[in-house]
Design a protein around this ligand. Structure first.
Ligand SMILES: Cc1ncc(COP(=O)(O)O)c(C=O)c1O
Length: 403
C-alpha cells in the first residue's frame, strides 16, 4: 500500500518506539512545544469566506468546524496512519462509532456481510439488529473453519464485505489475515479488520492486503482508561467518504481533548504493549498448570490452534488471556475473591481488568441461551495491566484456591 503520510520522511529513524514518540511532525506554527496543543475550538474564523469552500472542497488545507476536522484530532489521525502505514485515517467518538461508520458507509440495502462469529459483543449486536433492519444480513463463519473452503461457500452475488477480529474478543481466536485478504481480493470484496486487540504495534493488517483497519482507541491506544474514541485507517478515498458522509451526517466526531489523550497514550504504546504481553504470557503459563481451570485461551501457548498463525502475523501474542472455569457460579466466586485485579468491562488499561460476559451482560439468560448467542458463560477474560506480573498471578492464584 502506498504511503502518503507526510510525517514519515521527517522522522530520523524507523523503529516502532521512535515513530511512536516522534511521529507527530511539526504541528505548531508559532513555537515548538513538546506535546501537541489541544485546539479546544468548535469552529475556525476566516478573512475570506471563499476559504471555507476551498477547505471543504479539499483545494486548500485548513479547518472549518471540529465535527469535520480539528488540528489536534488530525495529529492523532496522521499518527495512526503513520503507524498502520495507511494513506489516511479518520477518528470517531468511540470504537463502535467507527465500526458503525465503516459498515453503514460501505453497505447498500440488500448487501450481505460475512463475519467471523468471534467478535466483540457490541459489534455482534450492531450486525444482528441494525444491519438486519437495513436488510444487510450477516453470515457467520467460525475462526476454526478451513477458511479457504468455508468463506467461498458463504459468498453470493450480494456479498460485499468480510469482517473479522484477530485476536478476537473475548475468546482470542486467531484468523490468518493474509488468507482473508486473498479471498477478499479474489471475490472483489472489501476486507475489514478490527485490530483493537493487536494495536498497530503488534500487527499491521494493511501491509498483508487488508483494505480497512478499525480500532477502539479506548483500549490500548489510550491505555489509561480515561477516554473513549475510535479510528479507521485505510485508503484515502474510503477515509474521505467516511469523513464526508459519516462524520458530517452522523456526527460522531472525536473531541480534541480525547485526541490529545490518545496522542499521549501512543508515546508509550510500545513499552506498555511489551509489558502487557510479557505478563499475559506468564499468566497463561500459570493458569495452564492449575487444575481448577478448565481451559486457557492465549495465542502465545503452543496448544492454541492459532499459535503458528499469530506468530507469523504478530510481533507478540497480546495482553489479554481468557480462561474457562467449571461453571458460571465458579466464575462469580473467583471474581468476587479478587483483591488486586479489578472487575470491569473495558481492557487495555493500566489496571488488570477481569470480565465475564454471562454474569455482567446476560445475567437473565440461561447457560444454553448464552451458548446459542456465542457466549461461553464460563469464560473469564483477563486484560493484564501494568502491575508486576507476580502480584497479578498471586491474586489470581489466591482467588482460584477459594473455588
Ligand atoms: C474489539 C472491540 N472493538 C470495538 C469495541 C467498541 O469500542 P468502544 O467501546 O470504544 O465503542 C470494543 C469494546 O470493547 C472492542 O473490544
Amino acid at each position: 500500500m502506498k504511503r502518503t503520510n507526510k510525517v514519515v520522511g521527517k522522522v530520523a529513524g524507523k523503529g516502532a518506539g521512535t515513530l511512536l514518540v516522534h511521529g507527530e511532525g511539526d504541528f505548531c506554527a508559532v513555537a515548538s512545544p513538546s506535546s501537541m496543543p489541544i485546539y479546544q475550538a468548535s469552529t475556525f474564523f476566516f478573512t475570506d469566506p471563499a476559504d471555507v469552500a476551498a477547505i471543504a472542497g479539499g483545494q486548500k488545507n485548513g479547518f472549518v468546524y471540529t465535527r469535520m476536522g480539528n488540528p489536534t484530532v488530525k495529529a492523532f489521525e496522521d499518527k495512526i496512519a503513520l503507524l498502520e502505514e495507511s494513506d489516511a485515517a479518520v477518528a470517531f467518538s468511540s470504537g463502535m462509532a467507527a465500526v458503525a461508520a465503516v459498515l453503514l458507509e460501505l453497505l447498500e440495502p440488500g448487501d450481505e456481510v460475512i463475519s467471523s462469529s468471534s467478535i466483540y459483543g457490541g459489534t455482534r449486536i450492531f450486525f444482528d439488529r441494525t444491519l438486519r433492519k437495513l436488510n444487510c444480513p450477516v453470515l457467520y463463519f467460525d475462526p476454526q473453519d478451513d477458511l479457504k473452503v468455508k468463506l467461498p461457500s458463504l459468498i453470493t452475488k450480494k456479498t460485499r464485505l468480510i469482517f473479522f477480529e484477530s485476536p478476537s474478543n473475548p475468546s482470542l481466536s486467531i484468523i490468518d489475515v493474509r488468507v482473508i485478504a486473498d479471498i477478499a481480493r479474489k471475490y472483489r470484496l472489501v476486507s475489514v479488520i478490527d485490530n483493537t486487540f493487536a494495536t498497530p504495534y503488534l500487527q499491521k493488517p494493511l501491509l498483508e492486503g487488508i483494505d480497512c483497519v478499525i480500532h477502539s482507541a479506548t483500549k490500548y491506544i489510550g491505555g489509561h482508561g480515561d477516554a473513549l474514541g475510535g479510528i479507521v485507517a485505510g485508503p484515502e478515498k474510503l477515509v474521505r467518504r467516511l469523513r464526508e458522509n459519516m462524520l458530517m451526517n452522523l456526527g460522531g466526531c472525536l473531541s480534541p481533548f480525547n485526541a490529545w489523550l490518545f496522542l499521549r497514550g501512543l508515546k508509550t504504546l510500545h513499552l506498555r504493549m511489551d509489558c502487557h504481553c510479557r505478563s499475559a504470557a506468564a499468566i497463561a503459563e500459570f493458569l495452564a498448570g492449575q487444575n481448577k481451570v478448565r481451559s486457557v485461551l492465549y495465542p502465545g501457548l503452543r496448544e492454541h490452534p492459532g499459535h503458528r498463525t499469530a506468530g507469523k502475523q504478530m510481533k507478540d501474542y497480546g495482553g489479554v488471556v481468557s480462561l474457562t472455569l467449571g461453571s458460571r457460579a465458579a466464575c462469580r466466586r473467583f471474581m468476587k475473591r479478587l483483591r488486586l485485579c479489578r472487575v470491569g468491562v473495558s481492557l487495555g488499561d493500566t489496571e488488570t481488568i477481569v470480565m465475564n460476559a454471562a454474569l455482567m451482560f446476560n445475567s437473565k439468560l440461561s447457560d444454553a441461551a448464552c451458548l446459542q448467542k456465542g457466549i461461553d458463560p464460563t469464560l473469564i477474560r483477563i486484560s493484564t495491566g501494568l502491575e508486576d506480573a507476580a502480584d497479578i498471578i498471586g491474586d489470581i492464584g489466591q482467588a482460584l484456591k477459594g473455588l
